[in-house]
Write a protein that binds this ligand. Structure first.
Ligand code: G3P
Ligand code: CA
Length: 270
């Protein structure tokens, strides 16, 4: 299905092109850039020695050959692990090749390396960084993140509208920490539950972008319209099914966060 508004929708590669390549690896993000994604999504966690790495789970058990919590491991421990081979066992649904590529030699990705990749992409690629927030690191994830963004000249954009980086979180407290340090860095409040505030089309104080799950969009489309009427942007995750892409187009959402950027771009006629 096509729609007049579809060209306005940003396609964001969730954990990279994570349907095809192992999530949060350099290969997944390189693939997403090759596929034409407008932006890349990544989750960040702090290692025991204070490095921000792109890992979704609290532990490395699912996506590497190691065990243990990211927060208990040093970067050197993580660098010794294989973050690719687990994907060899994963049945990706629509390989165009006869055989899927063999994923190995994929090491942990630091946020610093991802920022370098984006800087060298050769075209504008935005970054949506999600702070995961283990209580042990209260405040430190945001502090390190802002410090790193500052090194790349990305911590204080002239205005939110032109920022190539945004910070997302399920934790409004995490986003408020970001906002306290940088008023112009855009923040996205992620949510998987319909709270009374969200039902009214409102977000936590000072936050302009809503990040509802696709389930919320399916079950409460009027809520999305209320958010838009209130002047908020809406970034929806994780949109992998064609009918959900169509729904997002119909509702005029601003960004689709997907594991399948190539397929979504194709559906949008791009
Ligand atoms: O883009 C938001 C989405 O990634 C939130 O859920 O669990 O995949 O980090 P999760
Ligand atoms: Ca995420």
């Amino acid at each position: 299905m096509t729609h007049a508004r579809q060209h306005l929708i940003q396609v964001v590669a969730h954990r990279g092109a994570s349907e095809e390549a192992p999530e949060h690896t350099l290969a997944a993000y390189q693939k997403a850039i090759e596929d034409g994604a407008d932006a890349l999504e990544c989750d960040v966690r702090l290692t025991a020695d204070g490095h921000l790495v792109c890992v979704h789970d609290r532990r490395v058990n699912r996506t590497s050959n190691g065990r243990g919590a990211v927060s208990a491991l040093e970067l050197a421990d993580l660098a010794a692990l294989d973050f690719g081979s687990w994907k060899n066992r994963d049945e990706a649904p629509d390989w165009e090749q006869e055989r899927p590529p063999s994923w190995d030699q994929q090491s942990v990705l630091t946020l610093e390396r991802l920022l370098e990749l984006v800087a060298d992409a050769g075209r504008p690629v935005e970054l949506a960084i999600e702070t995961k927030h283990p209580t042990r690191w209260a405040g430190q994830v945001e502090e390190r993140l802002l410090h790193l963004l500052k090194r790349f000249g990305l911590d204080a954009p002239a205005s939110a509208d032109i920022s190539p980086v945004r910070v997302m979180s399920f934790s409004a407290r995490s986003l408020h920490r970001i906002r306290a340090a940088s008023a112009t860095l855009p923040t996205v409040h992620l949510t998987q539950f319909v709270t009374p505030r969200l039902r009214d089309g409102r977000l936590p104080e000072g936050i302009r972008i809503a990040g509802p799950s696709v389930r919320i969009v399916r079950s409460h489309p009027a809520l999305i319209e209320r958010l838009k009427l209130a002047g908020h942007q809406v970034h929806v995750w994780t949109v992998n099914e064609p009918e959900d892409v169509d729904l997002c187009v119909r509702l005029g959402v601003d960004a689709i966060i997907t594991n399948r950027p190539r397929a979504v771009l194709r559906q949008l006629g791009r």
